[in-house]
Design a protein around this ligand. Structure first.
Ligand code: FAD
Ligand code: EPU
Length: 346
């Protein structure tokens, strides 16, 4: 029997200068980064942060770039997260705690949990990106959000390099929102997540299309399959047509505001949301006739008005210019300002 030799991971990342970011963002925006590296260990991550510090440049940790808009070339160091590992920390008849490295692919993690028969993240199937980015905007879909299962996460402060455990409450999660998009924006790196999953639970079927087709005791796999089918029918795959998913957030308005809007626009689509109402931004954009329109190569997807597509790989300023025209038009027509969902860099 021969012993398997495991190569140690070098502590120093490989830094590449003038890196082409086009394949590092799903909108396929042509931009460059002054420096780029991958990190496979916490030590490499710390060394990458030290490199940026020493060069007096900014750093940006990225996953799959599925929620990023590069407005310009990036003058700092882009760090590609490859911190892997899935570990079961505790398992009882009632619940399972797992720790997931931030560099794990999110959908592969969902498949792993579904294969084990664990409830918790099956509604979040097929969301592109890595686990480490999931807390940034508290990813959500089909009636579930990351905040429903996240127990805590490991956070490394970029300036002090101090590592802390942040509880769910400290992440200040809300709809497509967290402390990492506000006070801690670009201030630190998420190294891993601890999630709570359930072997026996009721499926989350609040989304009408799921409720209509699944039994009350649907298994995680049944929910997973239904969600995958819905998404594949509605959302364009970035590998086929570059996009970043929903480009705008659904606006939230009070009952009074909604009442006034509905008097003028009886067909307006809205959903009750935490005491207020979420308006379908797709309906607003669709109603204004933007579907399938394009300017300078940037367009509104033909089947989902909330998704901007970039088939001709236009630059970030053209994507944002097009988005601005939609924002202005919706503001003038409905008095509602659409907030951009992806993170704009530069
Ligand atoms: P990136 O785009 O690489 O990064 C996003 C932000 O997170 C950046 O600010 C980055 O600096 C920061 N970041 C990334 N990793 C870390 C880390 N380890 N530590 C600290 N900061 C970090 N989102 C939803 O919520 N629901 C959906 O249904 C959904 N559907 C989508 C469908 C399509 C077709 C596409 C293209 C996108 C969709 N999205 C959706 C958006 C996107 O998938 C999520 O926001 C995802 O979490 C982004 O992951 P990423 O690894 O690509 O992050
Ligand atoms: N609609 C239109 N025109 C369209 C598309 C939709 O009028 O072209 C109307 C329909 O009436 C539909 C309603 O808008 O019922 C809502 O559409 P959908 O259920 O497809 O969801 P969405 O509000 O457009 C949100 C999320 C998605 C998430 C889905 C499913 C936001 C900004 N977007 O989209 O998340 O996958 O719900 O839960 O909250 C993302 O964040 O990138 C993303 C894709």
């Amino acid at each position: 029997m021969t012993n398997k030799i495991i190569e140690p991971i070098a502590t120093e990342p490989v830094f590449v200068e003038n890196y082409d970011l086009q394949s590092a963002n799903t909108l396929a925006i042509p931009a460059t980064a002054a420096y780029f590296c991958e990190v496979e260990s916490r030590q490499q991550l710390v060394n990458a942060l030290a490199f940026a510090e020493q060069k007096k440049i900014e750093s940006l940790i990225v996953g799959e770039g599925s929620n990023l808009v590069f407005a310009n070339d990036y003058q700092g160091l882009v760090i590609q997260n490859k911190l892997l590992g899935i570990h079961v920390l505790e398992q009882s008849v009632d619940e399972i705690l797992i720790r997931v490295g931030a560099g794990e692919n999110w959908h592969a993690l969902v498949e792993y949990c579904v294969d084990h028969g664990w409830y918790g993240i099956e509604n979040l199937a097929l969301i592109p990106g890595l686990a480490g980015a999931a807390p940034i905007q508290n990813i959500g879909a089909y009636g579930a959000e990351l905040k429903d299962v996240l127990v805590q996460l490991t956070y490394i402060d970029k300036a002090s390099l101090e590592t802390t455990q942040m509880s769910n409450a400290n992440c200040e999660f809300a709809y497509r929102q967290s402390v990492f998009k506000q006070r801690l924006k670009n201030k630190g790196v998420i190294a891993d997540l601890t999630l709570r999953l359930f072997p026996n639970a009721k499926p989350s079927l609040s989304y009408p299309a799921l409720r209509d087709q699944l039994p009350n005791d649907a298994s995680p796999k049944q929910v997973f399959d239904a969600v995958c089918k819905l998404r594949q029918a509605k959302l364009p795959a970035p590998s086929q047509i570059p996009n970043a998913g929903s480009f705008f957030k659904n606006p939230i308005v009070s009952s009074t505001q909604l009442g006034k809007l509905k008097e003028q626009f009886p067909g307006l689509v809205s959903f009750a949301f935490e005491g207020d109402h979420k308006i379908a931004a797709a309906w607003l954009i669709d109603h204004r006739g933007w579907k399938s329109k394009s300017i300078k190569g940037v367009g509104v997807h033909q089947d989902q008005a909330l998704v901007l597509v970039n088939p001709r790989r236009a630059k970030g300023s053209d994507v944002l210019g097009f988005a601005r025209q939609i924002q202005d038009d919706v503001q003038n027509s409905f008095g509602i300002w659409l907030e951009i969902e992806p993170i704009v860099i530069g």
